[in-house]
Design a protein around this ligand. Structure first.
Ligand SMILES: Nc1nc2c(ncn2[C@@H]2O[C@H](COP(=O)(O)OP(=O)(O)OP(=O)(O)O)[C@@H](O)[C@H]2O)c(=O)[nH]1
Ligand SMILES: [Mg+2]
Length: 458
């Protein structure tokens, strides 16, 4: 880990500027062998957190390669907690790679994806949940996603988890003292007190697990699938929501064959809207494959928008659809409300007794605001969760579910008057699962998986 790594931190291609990053014990030496500040300052004497203007000199030819700004972050006050150098150049592809090659010639190694953040984690500057939040900040596609990612990066989740671990540690200490001194007939803490404390933690933990549905939607966007028989206007609706001609629309039923996913922003969240093949009996070969994909999209979806052509009477194909929706959360849309209504609304209301009905026109945009409001309300769910901590990752949820089960088991053991040893085992498991979220214990392959999601240079 002591080698010095480097990478281009800005996206590939030409840009206004490009940034090359370097981290490790030799970062300053390598940079000072190549960099000549215009001020004449000695690079070895660089002050921390200062920016220097100068040029990169190719040591072989002694010619100037680029004029750059060089920033020095001295360990441990840097992103990785090691010495870090950032070189901001003129943003050309060739020149940036040339500087990178010169750094490699000095002995710097090209960084793996996420290796800078991995070092920040391994050097204890951030914990694992904060490292994960770094990618979430980068990939955030809405204000809400950004807010929860930043909160996690600042350590909101870590603080809560550490607090639970400390409280469980105190419980464990009491239990162990009772085990050690049980023969002397001493009871260090009343079992009721222990039970109450474990129950209190378990309740909070269970409440955090409940936020996962929403947290996942904030991070990844809700999956909203358009369902309906052919020609009801699903693709037209997708285009209307996107405000562009994305999907092919024709008067012929069976136009859309494949699923098509696009991102739509509603207020401070984003949703992924999936247009799919229309559902009908006796489909031909390509449509059949399309319908298979529609079914798969429905299975994955958070919300189904069931679209009917309000200007037509219902038929068998509509019935087919009604069966498929099952208990998936849904809204019923009556499209083409610019035409006169012929659909049997009471019959539909019977089929979808609890659903919200919205009349829309993909053609002239009527009802779309109402539709977006309805989707937004669905996503936000219980608005009391709005500002508090939410779980955003399956890995965290999985660990907390296991911790929760262990705590429930310890409560049951206490209620059954089992000995302290049994209870202590489960408390230890719960603490261990929480520690895994924070990365206090980890397997290398977990780190590979997490940091593999990052880009090079982060
Ligand atoms: N009058 C009117 N026509 C519409 C409206 N929405 C869609 N249409 C028309 O209905 C026809 C079918 O629209 P599409 O968007 O292709 O329907 P679809 O549900 O995607 O159809 P498939 O891809 O075949 O399943 C086109 O001729 C559209 O112009 C609407 O709100 N009002
Ligand atoms: Mg279509």
């Amino acid at each position: 880990m002591s080698d010095t790594i480097t990478a281009i931190a800005t996206p590939a291609g030409e840009g206004g500027i490009s940034v090359i990053r370097m981290s490790g014990t030799k970062a300053l030496t390598f940079a000072s062998n190549l960099f000549r500040p215009f001020s004449g300052a000695d690079p070895k004497e660089f002050a921390l957190q200062r920016v220097y203007f100068g040029e990169i000199i190719d040591p072989k030819t002694q010619t100037s390669v680029d004029e750059v700004l060089l920033t020095f972050f001295k360990a441990p006050k840097s992103f990785t907690a090691e010495d870090v150098i950032e070189i901001s150049g003129h943003g050309g592809v060739f020149v940036t790679h040339k500087i990178l090659r010169l750094l490699e010639d000095q002995g710097a190694r090209l960084a793996e994806p996420g290796e800078f953040t991995r070092r920040a984690f391994l050097n204890g500057r951030i914990d694992l949940s904060q490292a994960e939040a770094v990618t979430d900040v980068i990939h955030a596609a809405s204000d809400r996603a950004l807010r929860s990612a930043l909160a996690q990066l600042k350590g909101n989740l870590s603080t809560r988890l550490n607090e639970w671990r400390e409280r469980l540690l105190a419980v464990l200490a009491q239990l162990e003292a009772s085990i050690d001194f049980s023969e002397e007939g001493l009871e260090f803490q009343k079992r009721e007190t222990t039970l109450k404390e474990i129950q209190a933690i378990q309740k909070d933990l269970a409440a955090l697990i409940q936020t996962y549905r929403q947290g996942k939607i904030f991070r990844e966007g809700a999956q909203v699938v358009l369902l309906g028989k052919p020609n009801v206007g699903k693709s037209s609706l997708l285009n209307a929501l996107l405000n562009e001609d994305r999907a092919i629309v024709t008067p012929l039923p069976g136009t859309t064959r494949d699923t098509l996913e696009e991102r739509v922003r509603i207020n401070d969240i984003h949703i992924n809207i999936i247009d799919a093949a229309g559902w009908r009996q006796n489909p031909e070969l390509i449509e059949k494959e399309g319908i298979k994909r529609t079914k798969a999209a429905l299975a994955q979806a958070d919300l189904a928008l069931v679209v009917f052509d309000g200007s037509q009477t219902l038929d068998q194909n509509d019935d087919l659809l009604i069966e498929e929706v099952g208990d998936k959360p849904h809204r019923v849309l009556l499209n083409k409300c610019d035409l006169s209504e012929r659909v049997d609304v009471p019959a539909l209301e019977k089929k979808f007794p609890d659903a919200e009905f919205i009349r829309i026109s993909a053609k002239n945009g009527n009802g779309l605001t109402e539709l977006c409001t309805s989707i937004y309300q669905f996503v936000m769910g219980d608005s009391s969760l709005n500002e508090t901590l939410v779980l955003t990752r399956e890995r965290h949820r999985q660990c907390l579910v296991e911790a929760n089960n262990a705590l429930l088991k310890s409560c049951a053991s206490l209620n059954q008057d089992l000995s302290e040893e049994f209870i202590a085992v489960d408390i230890t498991i719960a603490m261990d699962r929480i520690a895994v979220i924070l990365g206090k214990t980890f397997a290398e392959d977990l780190l590979d998986q997490i940091f593999g999601e990052f880009c090079i240079g982060k």
